[in-house]
Design a protein around this ligand. Structure first.
Ligand SMILES: CC(=O)SCCNC(=O)CCNC(=O)[C@H](O)C(C)(C)COP(=O)(O)OP(=O)(O)OC[C@H]1O[C@@H](n2cnc3c(N)ncnc32)[C@H](O)[C@@H]1OP(=O)(O)O
Ligand SMILES: CC(C)C(=O)C(=O)O
Length: 550
C-alpha cells in the first residue's frame, strides 16, 4: 500500500488548551440534519411523504431545530418546505433550518420557499479550505471572503424584505478543518460584521469537520481556538458538524463540546455523506449514561430504528451503540456470569445502575432483559443457569450447573449454532428430568414407623419387566435408594438434595434435584410432580437411569 502518497495532518501549537480539563455537564442545542445532509447522501433520496413522517418523528423525539432541506435543490425539497409552512406542520417551539450556497438565485429561491414561516434559520455556506479555494473556486482568500460577505448581505436584505424578526442566520465555513485557523476566524468575523448579532439575537457559526482529517483532539483545539478569537462571543452560538471519515465523529463532537461549543448538528445513527455525520442518538445517550438529561427522548429505540430504516433504506448495524440488535446480549461465559450477578445485586441496590458489561439499563431504551444472555459454544454455566431461571423458573444447584454446562457447549459446538432458551430447556428436560428408561416408577406406597423410620414398597418397570421392590431407611429417600440397591446390586449415596416449587397456586408443581454418587462418580437427576415425594422419587429414578446408562 502506497502510504507515501499521504501526508500527516499538521499539528496545532496550543500549549494552554483548556478543554482536556473540562466535562460535559448539560445537553447542547441539538439540530437534526437528517432531512438535508442525511437525505443528500442517500442512493434514493426520501420522498415527500418519507420526509414528512421523519420530520414528525424528529419533533416527537424532542428536536427544536431541524434542517429540513436545501429548497433550491429540487421541487421535492422546495415543496416540502412549502408544505410544512402552508399546512402549519411546524410546532411553535420548533425552528426549521434551510441550507443555501452563497449564490444569488439560490438565496432568492430559498427565501421564496420560506414565505410565511414563523421561525427559520437560513444557513449560508461556502468552502474555505486551502484545497477548495484552489481547486473548486480558484479564488484568493480575499475573494472567498467576499463571496461569503456577499451572501451574508443578500440574506440580510432579503430577511428584511420578508420580515426580519422571523429569520435567524447561520454561517458555515465549509471544510473548516482544512482551513488555516486564522483565516477561518477572519471569514467568520467578516460575516458577523455584516449580521451584527446581539446576545438577544445570536448568530450561529457552524464549524464543520466536512471531511474528518485528524484525531478528535485536533478538532477540539480548533473549536477552542475559534471560541477564543471570534468577535462577539456572547452573541454567537458555536455549532459543531462533524463527519465520520475516520470513525470519530461522535468523539469529535464530544470533545468539541468540551472545547466550548454550544450546539451540535448531526443525524440519527450517523447517516450522511460517505461514512456519515455524527450520530446524535449516540452522543445524547452517552450523556444519558453519565446522568445528564439529554433533552431528547430515545425510550423506544426500536421505533427509532424502524423509522430510520423505513425512511433511508439503510440498516442499523447489530452492534450499533445503544440500538443494535446484539448490544444487550452477551455470549461469552464470563460476561454472562458477571451480568447475572450484577442484575441480582441491582435488585438489592436499585438507586444506581451498576451491571458489568452493560453501560445502561436496556429497559431505558425499551429493550428487554430477555436476550441479554444467549447461549453458544462460548457460553458458561452461569449464562445457562440464568436463562433457565429467567425463562422457566428452574433454579439449578451449582453442581448441576457444572454438569449441564459442558453438555450445552458440546451441542452448540457440534451444531455450530446458538441454542435458544426453548432448546436449552428441552435439552435439560431430556437429560435430567423424569427419565424412565430402563427404570420407571409405576406405583409406590409408604409406611412410616415411629419418628425416623420409613419403608417403601414400589412397583417398577425395569427393562420391560414389572418388579416390586422393598426398602427401609430413615426417610422415604433412603428407603427407596435401599430398595433400588437391592434390585440392581449397586451402592449409591445421595450427596445433595434440593427442591423448589415451579408455579404458584393450588396446582403448583415442585422440582427436586438429586446428586447421587456411585463408584466415586456423581450423577444428577431431577423430577417434577405436583407431589413432593413423587418428584423426589422421580429424581432418584432419573439419576439411577444415568448410572445404568454410564
Ligand atoms: C458539505 C455539504 O454537504 S454542502 C451541501 C451540498 N449539498 C448539495 O449540493 C445538494 C444540493 N445541491 C444541488 O442540488 C446543486 O448543487 C445546486 C442546485 C445547489 C446548484 O446546482 P448547479 O449550479 O447546477 O451545479 P453545482 O452545484 O455543480 O455548481 C457548482 C458551482 O457552484 C459553485 N459553488 C459551490 N458551492 C458554492 C457555495 N457554497 N457558494 C457559492 N458558490 C458555490 C462552484 O464553485 C461552481 O461554480 P462554477 O460553476 O463557477 O465552477
Ligand atoms: C454545509 C456544511 C455544514 C456541511 O454539510 C458540511 O460541511 O459537511
Amino acid at each position: 500500500m502506497n502510504y507515501q502518497k499521504y501526508r500527516p495532518y499538521p499539528p496545532m501549537a496550543m500549549p494552554d488548551r483548556k478543554w482536556p480539563n473540562r466535562q460535559i455537564t448539560e445537553a447542547p442545542i441539538w439540530c437534526s440534519v437528517d432531512l438535508r445532509d442525511g437525505n443528500q447522501a442517500l442512493e434514493v433520496p426520501m420522498t415527500f411523504q418519507q420526509k414528512l413522517d421523519f420530520f414528525t418523528f424528529l419533533v416527537k423525539t424532542g428536536f427544536k431545530e431541524i434542517e429540513v432541506g436545501f429548497p433550491a435543490a429540487s421541487d421535492t425539497e422546495y415543496n416540502f418546505c412549502r408544505a410544512l409552512i402552508e399546512q402549519k406542520l411546524i410546532p411553535d417551539d420548533v425552528t426549521i433550518q434551510v441550507l443555501t450556497q452563497s449564490r444569488e438565485h439560490i438565496i432568492r429561491k430559498t427565501f421564496e420557499a420560506l414565505r410565511g414561516v414563523k421561525n427559520a434559520i437560513v444557513h449560508l455556506y461556502n468552502s474555505t479550505s486551502t484545497l477548495q479555494r484552489d481547486v473548486v473556486f480558484q479564488m484568493s482568500k480575499e475573494e472567498v471572503t467576499q463571496l461569503a460577505v456577499d451572501g451574508a448581505v443578500m440574506i440580510q436584505d432579503l430577511a428584511r424584505e420578508y420580515g426580519a424578526e422571523n429569520y435567524h442566520f447561520e454561517y458555515s465555513p465549509e471544510s473548516f478543518t482544512g482551513t488555516e485557523m486564522e483565516y477561518a476566524v477572519e471569514i467568520c468575523n467578516a460575516v458577523l460584521d455584516v449580521w451584527k448579532p446581539t446576545p438577544e439575537k445570536k448568530v450561529i457559526i457552524n464549524l464543520p469537520s466536512t471531511v474528518e482529517m485528524a484525531t478528535p483532539n485536533v478538532y477540539a483545539d480548533q473549536i477552542e481556538y475559534v471560541c477564543e478569537h471570534i468577535h462577539d462571543r456572547d452573541s454567537v452560538i458555536i455549532s459543531l458538524h462533524a463527519h465520520n471519515d475516520r470513525g470519530c465523529a461522535v468523539a469529535s463532537s464530544e470533545l468539541g463540546l468540551m472545547a466550548g461549543a454550544d450546539r451540535v448538528e448531526g443525524t440519527l445513527f450517523g447517516n450522511g455523506e460517505r461514512t456519515g455525520n455524527a450520530d446524535i442518538m449516540n452522543i445524547a445517550m452517552n450523556m444519558f449514561s453519565q446522568g445528564i438529561d439529554p433533552k431528547l427522548n430515545f425510550d423506544n429505540i426500536e421505533e427509532v430504528v424502524q423509522m430510520y430504516e423505513k425512511s433511508t433504506g439503510l440498516f442499523v448495524h447489530p452492534r450499533h451503540p445503544y440500538a443494535g440488535k446484539l448490544v444487550y446480549t452477551a455470549f461469552s461465559g464470563s460476561h454472562q456470569d458477571a451480568i447475572k450477578k450484577g442484575m441480582a445485586r441491582g435488585k438489592e441496590h436499585p438507586e444506581y445502575w451498576e451491571v458489568p458489561y452493560l453501560p445502561i439499563d436496556p429497559a431505558d431504551v425499551g429493550r428487554s432483559y430477555d436476550p441479554i444472555i444467549r447461549i453458544n459454544s462460548q457460553s458458561g454455566k452461569g449464562g445457562v443457569a440464568y436463562i433457565l431461571e429467567q425463562n422457566f423458573g428452574l433454579i439449578l444447584p451449582k453442581n448441576l450447573q457444572k454438569d449441564f454446562g459442558p453438555m450445552v457447549t458440546k451441542v452448540s459446538d457440534t451444531n455450530n449454532k446458538e441454542l435458544l432458551p426453548q432448546e436449552l430447556y428441552d435439552l435439560f428436560m431430556k437429560e435430567y428430568v423424569n427419565r424412565t428408561e430402563p427404570l420407571k416408577l409405576l406405583h409406590y406406597s409408604e409406611a412410616i414407623r415411629g419418628t425416623d423410620q420409613s419403608s417403601i414398597e414400589a412397583e417398577m418397570l425395569y427393562s420391560g419387566r414389572n418388579v416390586t421392590i422393598h426398602g427401609e431407611g430413615n426417610g422415604i429417600i433412603s428407603a427407596f435408594c435401599k430398595a433400588i440397591e437391592g434390585l440392581l446390586g449397586i451402592d449409591v449415596e445421595v450427596v445433595n438434595y434440593s427442591e423448589h416449587s415451579l408455579e404458584y397456586g393450588s396446582k403448583s408443581r415442585a422440582i427436586t434435584y438429586i446428586q447421587m454418587r456411585c463408584d466415586g462418580k456423581d450423577y444428577y437427576g431431577a423430577g417434577i410432580s405436583s407431589n413432593i415425594t413423587k418428584s423426589s422419587l422421580r429424581a432418584i429414578v432419573t439419576a439411577i437411569n444415568k448410572i445404568l446408562k454410564a
